[in-house]
Design a protein around this ligand. Structure first.
Ligand code: SF4
Length: 186
């Protein structure tokens, strides 16, 4: 099994989810959001093909990381490879965050036609869903670019059969350092 990556794995990120994380930049995205920061990741034939065993070896060599974040690109363009890597990383003790331009509901609809989408979704702890909407761009959100995007607790959502967000991230205005009241921290 191979995965098409847009860049090398990036350890030590503090902006792509909670804690210190390693980001897997997947290649390929169909969403074409206006204002996307990573247009070079859109071409499904771009980037480089990497054997997922090489990704496993990099995960094995990581130190001081709290979790793995799939970003891109849209990781749901390659659900099978991402599921295998997520499963491997979880067994090593890492939590899994994933960015996607699809909404949670759209992923459930895709999963009805192809079980690989659900297989990947089941491995994810936190999903940041939805397209980047430049009209809803906000610097007050943490870990996301526009207010339409949700930070979803996937395991609770699957168990309750409805979207459950990570409530501590529902508020937006405390994350802007210019607006943050004294004594309030993330
Ligand atoms: S989903 Fe993400 S990578 Fe894809 S176009 Fe939108 S912002 Fe860019």
């Amino acid at each position: 099994m191979q995965i098409r990556l847009a860049a090398d794995l990036q350890p030590d990120s503090i902006v792509d989810g909670e804690g210190i994380r390693t980001v897997i930049w997947t290649q390929g995205c169909p969403h074409k959001c206006l204002g996307c920061h990573n247009p070079q990741t859109h071409d499904v034939n771009g980037g480089v093909l990497v054997d997922i065993k090489e990704v496993y070896e990099i995960i094995d060599s990581l130190e001081g990381q709290d979790g793995i974040t799939f970003s891109g690109g849209d990781p749901f363009v390659q659900p099978e490879a991402c599921q295998m890597i997520a499963s491997y990383a979880k067994k090593k003790g890492y939590n899994i965050w994933t960015y996607t331009g699809y909404t949670y509901e759209q992923i459930l609809a895709l999963a009805k036609k192809n079980t690989k989408y659900m297989d990947f979704l089941k491995e994810i702890d936190v999903l940041i869903d939805g397209k980047f909407e430049i009209s809803n761009k906000s610097y007050d959100c943490v870990f996301r670019g526009s207010t339409n995007q949700r930070i979803i607790d996937v395991q609770k959502s699957l168990a309750k059969n409805k979207v459950v967000t990570v409530s501590k991230y529902d508020k937006t205005d405390i994350y802007n350092p210019r607006k943050r009241p004294k004594g309030v921290y993330i």
